[in-house]
Design a binder for this molecule. Structure first.
Ligand code: BMA
Length: 829
């Protein structure tokens, strides 16, 4: 028999402290201290204004969660000498002591593991009390730091001295909110005889057949003969386990299954795999059962000539990715519905991969289930980021244990295609001066080069492992070499203008980013600043990057005018973020198949702040999101300047010309007539030419342009347009402030549609980067498109949706409707 009973009711939270007077407040499990204090009205919302600053005591306090429950032997005890009752903790954050009826059951210190403790002997007939006490993460890290000695890292906080999601200690996009709590389910599991303690299906392809090797581990309370069966897609296998045996491998061959593909390449058929454990003979009572959806696909990494190409079912995949951070500082608030919405936003922006960044979590099963269904590939970092990590005990054992837990849990998911050792730790060691500071002490090399690849090879040899991001493939190579493996490009944003992306020739960009503020409504909800300005206190508090606001302004470079007002700052810096990233992605996609992936920093935010995210902390899509959707579409036209110097390998490429690169990452050939026109700003053609093109599926074709098209008689007054089918690309011969834009003139028509308003803008002059920001009127309103440049006579349609009424006049007026070449305005608020 097997019976699980959650213990999620009746919890109360108490501060174990002389200084903090909080006792017995209602607590939510799963949950954490911050959310309990918030629900009890004892703290202000940490995401608003600078409330964060007044909450540091929470992470420095010891907390006790306690509940009582009634338990009767006759309802939950399997009885007999073989009966077991286990307390199962799926996640304890982090420095936990578990006490049942006054007896200490366990002391743990790893948020990333799950635990099971036999407790039958401690349970009492009738009333029972369970307490989970959480020591201060700061006390724990201080002790270990003292013992081991300090280690270098990108931030001052002690996140490398505890196995807990690192960004809880604050990051350059998120607040410092150091949580404690029972963050995943907890309950009692009663069983007898035997149970499935781990099922690890390894799925591969053998020609057109699917193969499943289901590795099964049983835990026994009795040495009886057992039968394990596995079935999937109409095939079944059975293995007998003699008394004493605990491991079985069941091999299944599924003839010609429908293959699982990344989105854009085919469907995502999933097959339920069921494993059953019974006492022999096999028709006896089922002791335990396990079912997960699996998918049939192969995956490998093509490293030929230092490439970094993810190959699924023998198809090389150009990765159009984004980095993923924990969607909330308090992970239990990340519901399946919220994940579905966020991953839907990723898919709608034409992404095909998310990289789970190493300063966060091994993502949840809900997350992976969604990715399996959506065909979103996942690269999972092991949780190490931006620091030298100790390899002394207790860490080495904790790391191995958590890695084993995670690899087993995630093995069934076809979406998972890459295990990655860490974020930027190899780079830090090699390039940020850590080597000298360390002076021979451990820093994590043993994890990334030995322990983790060994455990992956043992438990999950079906997936590639890569030691770090960035990494060039060998420990003695410079890790951030664009010409080898994966690279992070951060000179742009930190120091350089975004045009420098054009000077890179990378194999695979695993991180690059450019900041922009969140939506207006998001800022307004989070900040009470009056007036709200680019450097009002709340805005500055919600900008966590060093020198962030100065970099935002400097990043405008020559590309856009200097903002005179808050509204201009907000529009122009958001627009510049979108342009910078679009510029980089267009460059890198134009280099396919030499370059085989771009992973934008970052898709999401954990709170309302100024950051690199495309979707802000209130789930609103920033202009960058709309730009991603365009430049990540299967079909892309991009005008590229190949006169730039390639910085990575010292080689210079100075063709000195513009070309249109036709990028076809779709499954069908792209054929048609590419028309390229150099015109004045009224749209009058000055030179034009048509090029018949045929670009094979997953192909890239550069079309060099003749001088008549690429040389403007007056760079301030001309524009180059390329068109192929319904795709187009635009390039001015000067940066916007130098272009002699007319003051924008256009006609606007609105008409109601179900759930919103359709806005049609017809240009009378050139209109540059037209955008609607309906959240300024109504925080619930969303628009379907933005950043459209119109030539005179052309029109664009936007649909604005909202549950409420929208006022068409306000919707089509400043500052809701904006473009670069609009009439000068006064500040409005
Ligand atoms: C990279 C990431 C993060 C960081 C981001 C922006 O280093 O790995 O650590 O948030 O850059 O600075």
């Amino acid at each position: 028999m097997s019976m699980y009973r959650p213990l999620h009711d009746g919890w109360a939270l108490t501060a174990v402290s002389d200084e903090v007077d909080i006792a017995g407040i209602p607590a939510t499990v799963p949950g954490c201290v911050h959310t309990d204090l918030l629900a009890a009205g004892l703290i202000d919302d940490p995401y608003l204004d600078d409330n964060e600053n007044r909450l540091t005591w929470i992470g420095r306090t010891t907390w006790a969660y306690e509940t009582s429950f009634i338990w009767h032997a006759d309802e939950g005890d399997p009885g007999g000498e073989n009966g077991r009752i286990d307390l199962v903790c799926d996640g304890l954050d982090t420095v936990a002591t578990v006490v049942l009826n006054g007896t200490e059951v366990a002391a743990t210190a790893n948020m990333h593991r799950f635990y099971r403790f036999p407790v039958r002997d401690l349970l009492r007939e009738g009333g029972n009390t369970l307490q989970v006490r959480f020591g201060s993460p700061y006390d724990y890290t201080a002790r270990l730091r003292e013992e081991i000695g300090d280690l270098p890292g990108a931030y001052d906080e002690p996140y490398q001295f505890i196995r807990k999601m690192a960004c809880n200690f604050g990051w350059d996009w998120g607040p410092t909110l150091v949580t404690s709590g029972i963050w995943r389910p907890i309950g009692l599991h009663a069983w007898s005889g035997a149970r499935l303690s781990a099922v690890r299906p390894l799925v591969t392809l053998d020609g057109r057949d699917g193969r499943v090797r289901a590795h099964v581990t049983v835990e026994r309370s009795a040495e009886v003969p057992l039968v394990v069966t596995a079935s999937v897609a109409g095939t079944a296998a059975e293995v007998r386990l003699a008394p004493g045996e605990r491991e079985a491998v069941l091999e299944l061959t599924v003839p010609e299954p429908h293959l699982w593909w990344p989105r854009g390449y085919g469907g995502q058929p999933l097959y339920p795999l069921t494993v059953r454990l019974s006492e022999a003979p096999g028709d006896a009572e089922v002791l335990d059962e396990w079912t997960r959806d699996i998918g049939f696909r192969s995956v490998r990494l093509d490293r030929e000539d230092d490439a970094f190409t993810i190959v699924v079912n023998d198809a090389p995949v150009f990765v159009r990715g984004a980095n993923w951070i924990p969607d909330d500082c308090f992970p239990t608030r990340i519901t399946p519905e919220r994940l579905a919405r966020r991953l839907g936003q990723a898919c709608d922006a034409n992404l095909n991969l998310l990289r789970i960044w190493g300063g966060g979590l091994y993502e949840s099963t809900d997350f992976y289930d969604l990715c399996d269904r959506l065909g979103l590939l996942v690269g999972q970092d092991f949780p190490f980021a931006c620091a030298a990590y100790p390899e002394e005990e207790p860490f080495a054992s904790e790391v191995e244990a958590e890695a084993r837990d995670a690899i087993v849990r995630l093995a069934p998911h076809p979406s998972l295609v890459l295990w990655n050792g860490n974020n930027e730790n190899i780079e830090g060691f090699s390039d940020w001066g850590w080597r000298d500071k360390l002076d021979g002490r451990t820093w994590g090399a043993g994890y990334y080069y030995d322990l983790l690849p060994r455990v992956v090879a043992e438990l999950d040899p079906t997936r590639p492992y890569w030691a770090g991001s960035p990494y060039s493939g060998e420990p003695d190579l410079p890790p951030n070499d664009p010409a080898r493996g994966t690279v992070h490009i951060w000179d742009v944003w930190n120091r350089e203008d975004y045009l420098r992306y054009g000077a890179y020739k990378p194999r695979f960009v695993a991180e690059f980013g450019f900041q922009g503020p969140p939506a207006y409504a998001t800022l307004r909800r989070a900040l009470g600043d009056e007036p709200l300005t680019p450097d009002s206190p709340g805005v500055l508090h919600h900008q966590k990057a060093i020198d962030g606001n100065a970099k935002l302004l400097r990043g405008l470079g020559d590309h856009l005018p200097v903002p005179a007002t808050f509204d201009d700052w907000h529009y122009l810096t958001q627009l510049n973020q979108a342009r910078a990233m679009a510029f980089g992605i267009e460059r890198f996609r134009s280099l396919a198949p030499y370059c085989m992936g771009t992973i934008v920093w970052q898709l999401n935010d954990c709170w309302p702040g100024v950051s690199w995210a495309a979707v802000d902390g209130d789930a609103r899509r920033k202009p960058l999101w709309y730009a991603l959707r365009r430049v990540y579409a299967d079909r892309l036209l991009t005008i590229q300047d190949s006169s730039v110097v390639v910085v990575n390998d010292g080689a210079e490429e100075r063709a000195g010309e513009l070309s249109v690169v036709v990028v076809n990452d779709g499954a069908e050939e792209w054929t048609g007539e590419l028309s390229v026109v150099r015109s004045d700003l009224t749209g009058k053609p000055l030179a034009e030419e048509a090029f018949p093109v045929t670009v094979p599926a997953r192909g890239t074709l550069p079309v060099p342009l003749p001088e008549a098209l690429t040389t403007a008689a007056d760079p301030a007054k001309e524009v180059l347009t390329a068109r192929l089918g319904d795709q187009s690309a635009l390039r001015f011969f000067a940066e916007d402030p130098e272009v002699a834009f007319p003051e924008a003139e256009f006609d606007v028509a609105t008409e109601p549609v179900p759930g919103g308003v359709r806005v049609t803008v017809t240009a009378r002059t050139l209109v540059r980067e037209l955008a609607l920001f309906p959240d300024r009127l109504d925080p619930a309103a969303e628009v379907d498109d933005m950043l459209v440049t119109l030539l005179p006579g052309s029109a664009a349609t936007f649909v604005v949706r909202s549950p409420g009424e929208l006022d068409p006049a306000a919707l089509t007026s400043y500052p809701v409707l904006r473009c670069v070449n609009e009439a000068p305005r006064r500040e409005t608020r």
